[in-house]
Ligand binder design. Structure first.
Ligand code: ZN
Ligand code: ZN
Length: 416
């Protein structure tokens, strides 16, 4: 069999991998990078079937294009299907606001939704001379790894976390010959998770006790829920705003994919939801803690709340997510300012943020140590690293274990 990355091999983003076997063509992921301008994988050829690991746009963002063009069937878990629809539709809205060309339209999204074939963990399907099954990947509720069994067994991890987070259980290794694994945290280790959570809780307390507001900009999918779970026992006036509210409901609709339905329900009860402009006014007046989109400060309600606290030294912006270079969140951490643009025509104006700003590592990706333990337990003959800006440190550590490592580039044919 043969694999070829259309994107996302040597970069975090715009995923797409073709797998060819005995005349069958399968596609794993077809995403986009929401940078400015957005970037896309190479155009996909006709494929017999597509497989999606999870709902993040770098994995699913171009599936509407694929389904609109070729009417392709796409396998994913039901939760991934729910959330992917919301995110790809939102990406069209963002393209409108930012003025970039749209690679697909509403009709294509309908084609994608029509063509989804929901499958869950433990289920197996026969396609292209393989038996393909799903395992939990730990990264998000509903995130799946694909186990592809033929003459050899190949595992495609998608984004992976082996640690038991509050929202979702960690992934378990799967024995295989070929392991195609993400390497976002190649060469890096996370700080102790429980210690980081404790520091975040203590910081929120300190900010509120000194009379400030704690603003936590979060991605809607996964991070909003994880942060609400971490803060749920605090007795403050807490609010949640943005698309994360919808995702809360989607996750609670399919509780079999989350670690604790009870805990997420309790967290949801503790936070007031901003549903109307009046709610938002109330949150601006009285909230002590606000969890809100967007996670990179490039849009969403967070900009309104930032406006209120930017000159207040008692308040704090507490960042917990990955910040793409050039995003407002990245700028805030590097330069202490963000760029605000009220209309397409207007030139972005710099706005200084003078309240406290802190960053906490609560990543939903395994770090290099966790990846290595996972790889050793899968006991593969070869490892193919993808979804990484710098694969070499992880590759070196794997070679030390006498396991063969492949680092394909986009458009390179690899025989397995
Ligand atoms: Zn992801
Ligand atoms: Zn990803």
């Amino acid at each position: 069999m043969n694999i070829k990355f259309l994107g996302g091999a040597d970069v975090v983003g715009r995923m797409g991998m073709l797998l060819q076997n005995k005349g069958a063509n399968l596609l794993f992921e077809y995403g986009m990078t929401a940078s400015k301008p957005p970037s896309y994988p190479l155009p996909a050829p006709f494929v017999d079937m597509a497989f999606l690991t999870h709902s993040h746009l770098d994995h699913c963002g171009m599936l509407p294009w694929l389904c609109g063009k070729y009417d392709t069937e796409v396998v994913a878990t039901p939760t991934t299907v729910d959330v992917a629809e919301l995110l790809v539709r939102d990406s069209l809205k963002i393209a409108d606001i930012e003025g970039y060309p749209k690679p697909f339209n509403e009709q294509d999204i309908k084609a994608m939704m029509h063509n989804f074939t929901p499958m869950t963990y433990g289920e197996v399907m026969d396609v292209g001379g393989f038996e393909i099954g799903l395992h939990p990947a730990g990264h998000l509720p509903g995130a799946a790894m694909f186990e592809i069994k033929g003459e050899q067994t190949t595992v495609f991890t998608g984004d992976l976390h082996t640690y038991n987070m509050r929202l979702v259980w960690g992934a378990h290794p799967v024995k295989c010959d070929n392991l195609i694994i993400e390497g976002t945290y190649s060469g890096r280790l996370h700080p102790d998770r429980l210690k980081t959570e404790y520091e975040l809780i203590e910081k929120v307390k300190a900010v509120v006790e000194r009379g400030g507001k704690a603003i936590l900009p979060c991605f809607a999918v996964g991070r909003t829920q994880e942060i609400m779970l971490i803060l749920k026992d605090l007795k403050y006036n807490m609010w949640v705003d943005g698309m994360g509210k919808t995702i809360n409901r989607m996750y609670l609709d399919r509780p079999e994919y989350i670690r604790s339905e009870k805990a997420l329900k309790a967290a949801k009860r503790k936070f007031n939801e901003v549903r109307t402009p009046q709610d938002r006014q109330r949150a601006r007046r009285e909230a002590q803690v606000i969890v809100t989109t967007g996670g990179m400060l490039d849009g969403g309600p967070v900009l309104t709340y930032l406006e209120d606290v930017k000159n207040d030294p008692k308040s704090a912006v507490l960042m917990t997510g990955y910040q793409v270079e050039g995003s407002n969140g990245w700028r805030l951490l590097q330069e202490g300012m963000i760029h605000v643009q009220s209309s397409k025509e207007e030139i972005p104006r710099p706005v200084g943020i003078k309240c406290e700003v802190k960053k906490y590592d609560l990543s939903a990706h395994a770090d290099q140590g966790e990846l290595l333990s996972f790889i050793k337990a899968c006991n593969p003959e070869r490892v193919i690293i993808m979804h990484s800006d710098d694969r070499e440190p992880m590759a070196e550590a794997i070679r030390q274990e006498n396991i063969k490592v492949l680092l394909p580039s986009a458009n390179e044919d690899i025989e397995l």
